[in-house]
Ligand binder design. Structure first.
Ligand code: CMP
Length: 423
């Protein structure tokens, strides 16, 4: 048991080393990528030969399949929960993915509300997507004036819900409803508002500021066309565009969402992270739990095999190597979450000790659980390790190092294989 704890701590010490190195040195991307990919390769070979093969020999196909299914589902499910609490900051891949999904949700909500706005629907998906990120939601009470005739105008509006009267002098000239836009004339002509627009019911609107309106107009060849079509239609006061099938709106929304770029601008990334961190003060804890999630399956697997010298070496190397760059990038996330350096190192120390404890648990299970049960536990940790590799480490390594990570992965796999297979 003690042996297992020591080995668990040794494997996890890659975390400590990564964290310490991370405070004084930021390695080049290609270096991090190579270490990550090499570690992934050794872990893949460890899972194939130590975990899967042994579990299959001890328990046949069912514990293997069951363990893989439960292990990977648990890993993905718990990781999602942890990410919601701010744990997404621990790796650059998880950070980007999480923020991308957040923005997608935000965009989807806005799109659902502006899907019936003619001007938006006439834009190609990429341009609608760009415009959505610039819209500000706004509510007004009935009787409130949104534009006043003769005053300078600095915004353009899309009506989501409610109706407004357009009034010139004291003569009502039109009623605008959901899906219509107004306020474009002052922005296009740089003249005062041509009329007052007064809410006749409570209204939900989206506002586009002048600077964004100008920006969108100059960048999007379609928006001018979309606007002039809307204006021509207004002149003819045609109403035929009102009845569009709901299905159609949904398809349009999906198209726009699919056109979303996964990379956010750094300003947008900051905005999302700030908002999320404000909502959640538990980010440091979530990052620790997230890191532990990556390490618990590995530590249990180390513990189970702590008395087998061939297995141990291959596993320890794999775990150590994959932990090193993980802690490097996680330390950055922890600093972003507002943690001091000493606290960060303390967190890693706790993580390493916990890994030792889980390795101890693995060795305890190895001594008490019957072979079929142990095969299931092995496969469970193997499934979680494969889920972690495929959903975070390998994509991140590729992102940092490009296609050359293939060679480091294969090198890692070969070394792992040679170390673990008895001669
Ligand atoms: P703007 O002049 O910026 O501010 C008042 C807005 O009312 C104007 O842009 C148009 O969007 C809208 N508007 C003006 N006249 C009419 C009209 N006859 N019918 C519908 N909308 C109008």
């Amino acid at each position: 048991m003690l042996e297992a704890v020591v080995q668990g701590v040794l494997g996890a010490s890659g975390l400590g080393l990564g964290a310490i190195v991370g405070t004084v040195w930021q390695p080049r991307r290609v270096v991090s990528a190579t270490v990550m990919a090499f570690g992934s390769g050794t872990l893949i070979s460890a899972v194939s030969y130590e975990v899967a093969l042994t579990a299959f020999r001890d328990g046949g196909p069912w514990p293997l399949l069951g363990g893989f299914a439960v292990g990977s589902s648990l890993f993905i499910g718990i990781t999602r929960l942890v990410d919601e609490q701010g744990g997404f900051l621990r790796k650059s891949a998880s950070r980007r993915r999480f923020l991308f999904e957040r923005r997608r949700e935000e965009t989807s909500a806005v799109l659902a509300r502006v899907a019936h706005v003619e001007v938006m629907r006439n834009l190609p998906p990429g341009e609608a997507q760009a415009m959505v990120s610039l819209l500000h939601p706004m509510s007004v009470e009935s009787g409130e004036a949104i534009c006043r005739e003769g005053e300078p105008g600095d915004s353009f509006y899309l009506i989501v819900e409610g109706e407004a009267d357009v009034v010139k002098g004291d003569r009502p000239v039109a009623v605008l409803g959901p899906g219509e836009v107004f306020g474009e004339m002052a922005l296009l002509t740089h003249q005062p508002r041509s009329a007052s627009v007064v809410a006749r019911t409570p209204m939900e609107l989206y506002q586009l500021k002048q600077e964004h309106f100008d920006d969108v107009m100059s960048r999007s060849p379609h928006i001018a066309g979309a606007l002039s079509r809307a204006l021509a239609r207004r002149l003819r006061s045609a109403t035929e565009s009102q009845a569009r099938a709901v299905q159609d709106l949904d398809r349009w929304r999906r198209q726009v969402l699919d056109s979303a770029e996964i990379d956010l601008s750094s300003a947008e990334e900051e905005r999302l992270i700030e908002g999320l961190l404000e909502a959640s003060r538990s980010a440091p804890l979530a990052i620790l739990v997230g890191t532990m999630l990556d390490n618990i399956p590995e530590s249990i697997a180390i513990g189970i095999d702590s008395t087998n010298p061939n297995t141990t070496l291959a596993f320890l190397l794999a775990v150590f190597l994959s932990n090193f760059p993980e802690a490097l990038s996680s330390s950055m996330g922890l600093r972003q979450a507002g943690l001091r350096r000493s606290r960060i190192l303390l967190l890693w120390a706790v993580a390493i000790l916990l890994c030792g404890a889980f390795a101890g648990l693995g060795s305890f299970l190895a001594g008490t659980v019957p072979p079929v049960g142990l095969a299931f536990v092995r496969a469970l940790s193997g499934g979680a390790i494969l889920a972690m590799l495929s959903s975070t480490i390998i994509p991140e390594a590729y992102e940092l190092g490009g296609a050359s990570v293939a060679f480091s992965t294969i090198a890692g796999f070969t070394v792992g294989f040679l170390l673990s297979s008895p001669a």
